[in-house]
Design a protein around this ligand. Structure first.
Ligand code: FAD
Length: 181
């Protein structure tokens, strides 16, 4: 039996963590870099667990592993930034996922005291209003204080690989449609 954080017991699961990761990897996502500024230091981490939660009030969420350095830097009241990466920003995703790239220029811009990745497709700054421990991660719910976005193709993540969208013109339809690969 495993014991979740709320103290309830649950039956053992009939699959291993590799199968869990493989199955969840079939959910294609964008890629973000979640950033914060703490005691004079900027910190960023690649994350694809970002989602919008509520329109009124505007809430977003990111799930951060308890072992991540970012985890120790986030708490209710502090702010985090989310930069949604464009398809030419894969190197930044790899860098902020713990595979540092020597000499890589980190193009930070600042909003509300939080660093964000310059030229990302979207920027969000949120103040943490709730932190829910969930297994080996914590869900950080943030109230959005700043938003900006631009047009352009996103960086994608699917089945453990990076991908790009392709514009396919359908002669029978109006305008371009976006397809995955
Ligand atoms: C596509 C993808 C999605 C992911 N999604 C999630 C997720 O949703 N949740 C999750 O918990 N993990 C996720 N991860 C894993 C996570 O990105 C890594 O485990 C990461 O290394 C954890 O970061 P950390 O906070 O422990 O910091 P570290 O591993 O110490 O740092 C991350 C990297 O960022 C660099 N870095 C940090 N701050 C700066 C700075 N100011 N200037 C320059 N470089 C800096 C560091 O040099 C290091 O290379 C994902 C990984 C990938 C590839």
């Amino acid at each position: 039996m495993t014991v979740p954080t709320d103290g309830a017991t649950v039956a053992p699961v009939p699959f291993d963590s590799r199968q869990f990761r493989m199955t969840m990897g079939k959910f294609a996502t964008g890629v973000t870099i979640v950033t914060t500024y703490h005691e004079g230091q900027s910190h960023g981490m690649t994350a694809n667990s970002f989602l919008s939660v509520s329109l009124d009030p505007p809430l977003v969420l990111v799930s951060v592993a308890a072992r991540a350095r970012l985890h120790a830097l986030l708490a209710p009241g502090c702010r985090y930034g989310v930069s949604v990466l464009a398809d030419d920003q894969e190197a930044l995703s790899r860098h902020f996922a713990g595979r540092p790239i020597e000499g890589l220029h980190i193009p930070f811009v600042w909003q509300h005291g939080v660093p964000l990745i310059d030229n990302a497709l979207a920027h969000v700054v949120a103040r943490v209003v709730d932190a829910h421990p969930a297994g080996d991660h914590t869900l950080y719910i943030g109230q959005v204080e700043y938003l900006a976005s631009r047009d352009g193709p996103p960086l994608l993540f699917f089945a453990g690989k990076y991908g790009r969208m392709e514009t396919v013109s359908d002669a029978g339809a109006e305008g371009p449609f976006w397809y995955l690969w």
